[in-house]
Design a protein around this ligand. Structure first.
Ligand code: ADP
Ligand code: MG
Length: 693
């Protein structure tokens, strides 16, 4: 149950003065349904009001406070004309301008002959000074109410700056003084303010410097947020630990059979990853392990060995892939190896219907099928397992936590292995998973050559085409990636189709096109043609991003490389350099490039180390854009900025761990305060996992 002290913050925004149902909807859109959202709506700028400048000196667009005497009300002659109130002082004249005003109200507020303080943004219009809808109109004795400096906030259509300012101020007034949840030493070391003063300070910036991520108030509030998330993750982990896992003991019977048929030796890091996984699976706790490795580092075969262990222990294993193409590819890789060892693997995707699907669903339910590869179709309710022991989730950032959990829930104490080629930096990993165990494939299978990466402006397309012609003559196969121009697939598609036509003109019929809106069967056909060498150049939207494996492809051209995230560029580049041939990557960009874009492309040119690329990208762009947080399933923060506050995450992680060690049920004084923190950040569901919850 939410602590009482937080009730005012979790009341509806419409409980604030002046916010009715209509404005309530707008605020809901801007900051969420409850009052607390307003506290997290940080100022993005500030206005400074000039104090009583001489009217002739006032610049167009300035925000000023003027002492003026009302002369006359000018009632509009025609509809849609504004209502004007002319005012003067001894330096000049100003018109207060109102659209659709309540006339009685204005007459009352601004009687001719009276002096008033008016404050707002002014415009010069043909030499005359206008103030449209002043922020303040006050009698002289109330001067103190006009703030010299005010924060400005992000808005949404229909909400004025004043409305938002007032709402935030009202929300702050509702803010309680909660018990301190931050460790006293941490507070002291950083000289952080307490929560309520921090909230007040952050909404009252005195200068531009107060808007940055480094103020004490902002740090403190950012720390609260990451601490809440770290404590929540630690609690979930504690909870999962209590849910019994089941030891899967490897007998070696199956693995040795498959190993004997493997056409290559495992790399040292593959062997190590398999050992780590085997140890996790053998332990009575549930495995939650991330297998990280660049594209082409050979994660699939590691997954295979994990799956074999599950089967040796008498259970089943499922591999979940994000797309049809990928599921098929995994199937194509794994099936022959398993078949050679006399083991049965099936494929289940959304395209399997009727009898074919039934056969597989029945086989999984009866346990007759020990191994399955599939897409979302595997997660459907109608799919059940006889005894699922291991779930492998590939390219995890395409899936939400929901799917991960849905698949694990199809068995008892299911071990989970998550595979990703995204080199998630440590800080992000912590925020997404807390203390997940990690195995990394740090070396590529032997025989791979470095990829020669170049950046070339798109104006030199002719030159590039010439080079490609020569490469094709030498037997190369080429990927040509057209970017996500827009959220709109229609526009993407138009760009890709146009490029396809152009390249077809240059290279004749040996060009193909794949995009996200094609029928899956057509897409697979084009991919298959490319794989078979029937086409030389494959034009694609980013649908080829994940996992596709064509070792003969040695050139990757990426158009508008400046629009891609570095992690994405890195993944795309990983499509080549998979065979033994020399590979290259051409990053075509549109001039002019911003400084950041230049640095980013330079990083791509300079390194193939996915972790370095990810760390640099995080520094240059911030976490949100790095992975496209929304689809990544990584958490978004209101106040913490993962690039600026990375060190805080580390501290919070250690602190969370320590607290739960000493007080696993959060019943000490600080534990109870931390519960308030968890509720403040709406981790209600997590608090319920606490045993005495
Ligand atoms: P990832 O999924 O990590 O991108 P894959 O598992 O698709 O990589 O492996 C890429 C390619 O490398 C595949 O063709 C695979 O057969 C091959 N491969 C994997 N491990 C080795 C190894 N130890 N030695 C040689 N080739 C390997
Ligand atoms: Mg893969």
């Amino acid at each position: 149950m939410r602590p009482q002290i937080l009730y005012p913050l979790f009341a509806s925004v419409t409980s604030l003065p002046g916010i009715g149902p209509r404005l309530g909807k707008l605020f809901e859109k801007l900051t969420g349904p409850s009052v607390v959202g307003l506290l997290w709506h940080l100022p993005t700028g500030l206005v400074e009001r000039q104090q009583e400048p001489d009217i002739p000196d006032v610049a167009d667009g300035a925000t000023v406070t003027l002492k003026v005497q009302v002369t006359v009300h000018l009632v509009p002659q025609r509809p849609r004309q504004p209502y004007r109130v002319s005012c003067v002082n001894d330096t000049g004249a100003v018109d207060l301008v109102f659209f659709n005003p309540r006339v009685d109200y204005l007459k009352n507020l601004l009687p001719p002959g009276e002096w008033r303080l008016v404050s707002g943004r002014v415009e010069r219009y043909a030499g005359a000074l206008n103030m449209v809808h002043p922020d303040y109109i006050l009698p002289l004795e109330r001067a103190a109410e006009i703030k010299k400096i005010e924060p400005t906030y992000g808005l949404t259509a229909g909400l004025t700056p004043r409305l938002v300012l007032k709402a935030v101020a009202a929300a702050i007034e509702r803010a309680p003084e909660p018990p301190e949840w931050i460790d006293a030493h941490v507070m002291k070391r950083h000289q952080w303010p307490k929560w309520k003063p921090a909230i007040e300070t952050i909404h009252h910036p005195a200068s531009g410097a107060d808007l940055g991520p480094d103020t004490l108030a902002r740090q403190r509030l950012a720390y609260d947020e990451v601490l809440a998330s770290q404590v929540a993750l630690a609690l979930v982990r504690q909870h999962n630990r209590r849910l019994a896992g089941r030891p899967c003991v490897a007998t070696g019977a199956l693995t040795s059979r498959v190993k004997a048929k493997l056409p290559y030796d495992l790399t040292a890091s593959q062997r190590q990853a398999i050992e780590e996984i085997a140890a996790d699976m053998a332990s009575p706790q549930r495995m939650l392990r991330l297998l990280q490795g660049d594209v082409g580092s050979g994660k699939t075969v590691v997954a295979l060995f994990a799956m074999l262990i599950a089967a040796e222990a008498g259970g089943q294993a499922a591999l979940l892939a994000p797309t049809d193409i990928l599921a098929r590819q995994h199937f194509a890789t794994l099936e022959p190896m398993l078949r050679a060892a006399g083991l049965r693997l099936e494929l289940l995707t959304g395209r399997d219907k009727g009898k074919a699907r039934e056969r597989i669903v029945e086989g999984l339910a009866s346990g007759e099928i020990p191994f399955v590869v599939g897409t979302h179709a595997l997660v459907q309710e109608s799919v059940s397992f006889h005894d699922l022991r291991l779930a492998v989730v590939d390219e995890q950032h395409r899936f939400g936590v929901q799917q991960r959990v849905a698949l694990s829930d199809k068995g008892k104490g299911v071990d989970l292995l998550v595979m990703t080629a995204t080199p998630i930096p440590r800080t992000l990993m912590l925020t997404a998973y807390g203390d997940i165990d990690v195995s990394r494939l740090t070396e590529k299978p032997p025989g791979r050559q470095p990829i020669d990466t170049r950046t070339i402006p798109i104006d030199r397309l002719d030159e590039v085409a010439g080079g490609l012609r020569r490469a094709i003559a030498h037997g190369s196969r080429i990927y040509w990636v057209c970017p996500l121009v827009d959220e709109s697939e229609v526009i993407d598609l138009a760009a890709a189709s146009e490029r396809y036509e152009m390249l077809k003109n240059i290279f004749g019929l040996r060009a193909g096109l794949v995009h996200g809106q094609m029928k899956a069967a057509d897409r697979d056909k084009a991919m298959a043609q490319f794989q078979a060498g029937e086409i030389d150049i494959l034009v694609a939207t980013t649908v080829i991003e994940v996992g596709v494996n064509v070792p003969e492809a040695t050139v990757m051209v990426i158009e508008h490389a400046e629009r891609f995230g570095l992690a994405q560029l890195h993944q795309l580049r990983g499509r080549v350099g998979r065979g033994t041939g020399k590979s290259s990557c051409i990053l075509l960009y549109q001039t002019p490039l911003s400084e950041t874009a230049k640095s980013r492309l330079a990083i791509m040119r300079d390194t193939e180390d996915g972790f370095r690329i990810a760390e640099e990208d995080l520094k240059l762009r911030g976490a949100g854009e790095l992975l496209g947080t929304r689809q990544s399933g990584l958490q978004e923060f209101h106040i913490a900025d993962l690039a600026a506050h990375a060190d805080l995450i580390q501290i919070a992680r250690d602190d969370a761990r320590l607290v739960l060690e000493m007080d696993p049920e959060l019943v000490s004084e600080r534990g109870l305060a931390l519960r308030v923190l968890l509720y403040l950040f709406e981790k209600d569901a997590v608090v319920k996992t606490i045993r005495s919850g």
